[in-house]
Design a protein around this ligand. Structure first.
Ligand code: FAD
Length: 287
């Protein structure tokens, strides 16, 4: 299929992008890597009047560690994030999850920020952002605001970003010292979207779990945080008994959709087994 007709702008500055977004509003779409947007256009799922290409903007491909935060700009490609030492240092969970994100050619063009804005329900990075307490820095002609990940992902392929805003940067707090992380997923082939993915972080002190985050992808309209499973772990001795209970609570907390690939029972089973594995890995990496 071919995309519907659209006007195309490729500005050189962020100010021009913001002016165009203010002018065209809902009729405009930002294009970054195009790895989700172009398929959506070709499927005629979207009909934007104007595409605003941000690829010429200078200074937005940064991946840096500043003031205890990992900062990833709008034009940092998946490949650069995957290979970044700053990412491995600041966010072991993101580093563990990134190899599951798509295939080489897509990683060369696709961006982390585009991935977060697209918010595919089976996407790994929205779940990682949710587990990590990430913040999205959104800019419009009217100014800049910051939105927490828990408020950013609002539903199927939708976010709190307004039509006149661009996500200029995602900020991920550096993981606390001693925290362990684990990430597992099941997908049809390596690099394909997950049937289900589960990420976990764990902190342990004096033989008891003191903090846990458990997130799932592929189980609903967007990333899912399993609060009851996290609560079940607080104060428990890290080990298979506690991880089984938490995994059961995580499976109970979802109401998964069904499709050609996986029915709801299978997805619940995957959440149960992947949560146990992710927690066991996280525990083995606590120090
Ligand atoms: C075959 C295939 C397999 C894939 N497998 C996976 C996978 O396993 N896991 C996974 O997570 N993803 C997967 N993807 C999607 C891929 O990760 C995309 O790169 C990503 O979802 C979108 O990033 P992008 O830069 O290409 O965004 P684009 O396609 O350019 O844009 C996506 C959406 O975000 C908006 N947007 C982009 N950047 C900004 C911004 N800075 N501010 C505001 N809005 C913005 C666009 O307007 C559009 O609505 C796959 C894609 C393909 C084609």
């Amino acid at each position: 299929m071919k995309p519907p007709p659209f006007d195309y702008c490729c500005p050189d500055t962020l100010d021009e992008v913001l002016t165009l977004l203010a002018e065209h509003g809902e009729a405009a779409k930002v294009i970054a890597g195009g790895q989700s947007l172009v398929p959506m256009l070709n499927l005629r799922a979207l009909h934007p009047g104007v595409l605003i290409d941000i690829n010429r903007l200078p200074g937005l491909d940064h991946i840096s560690l500043e003031d205890g935060q990992l900062r990833v700009g709008a034009l940092a490609r998946h490949k650069a994030v995957l290979e970044s030492a700053a990412v491995s240092e600041a966010s072991p969970l993101m580093a563990l999850a990134y190899p599951y994100v798509s295939h080489g050619p897509i990683r060369n063009r696709g961006t982390l920020c585009g991935n977060l804005c697209h918010n595919d329900p089976a996407s790994e990075m929205p779940a990682v952002a949710l587990a990590s307490g990430a913040e999205m820095v959104l800019q419009s002609a009217g100014g800049t605001r910051t939105v927490a990940a828990e408020d950013f992902f609002t539903g199927m392929l939708s976010t709190a970003a307004e039509a006149n805003e661009i996500l200029v940067e995602v900020r991920v707090p550096r993981a606390p010292a001693g925290q362990g992380a684990g990430f597992h997923e099941v997908s049809p082939r390596k690099g394909d979207f997950a049937y289900v993915a589960v990420g976990a972080t764990l902190q342990v002190a004096d033989g008891a779990c003191t903090g846990a985050r458990i997130v799932c992808a592929g189980v609903g309209d967007g990333p899912h945080r399993a609060y009851a499973a996290e609560d079940a772990l607080t104060g428990a001795a890290p080990g298979d008994d506690a991880f089984r209970q938490a995994a059961a609570a995580a499976a109970d907390s979802i109401d998964p959709s069904e499709d050609f690939h996986a029915d709801a029972d299978y997805r619940r089973d995957l959440v149960r087994s992947l949560t146990r594995r992710a927690l066991a890995d996280a525990a083995s990496r606590c120090n």
